[in-house]
Write a new protein. Sequence first.
Length: 105
Amino acid sequence: MAGTKKISAFLFFCLIFLTVSEAMALKKAASELRCQCITTQSAFINPRLYQSVELIPSGPHCKNVEVIITTTSGDVACVDPSAPWVERIIKKILESKQNSEEPAI
């Protein structure tokens, strides 16, 4: 009888663990199914200050193309993808990605 209680308690804790971990995964998935940028700015940011540039294409999560720049100071800015200086950045990113995917002869 004591062995049955131990097995039941073990299975109960396993069920609780699986439920909590699944809930956390669903919460993360739900947060990724929306636009990352609520507002955008079009003010120029000097390229020397870029730590990273993230280009997120439109899709089921968001109808807008999103460009997120993280600066060396840690500031994060969503920039307007239709601003001329941002369009040049997007073009360079796409060109470098295309060049890196071309096979060497």
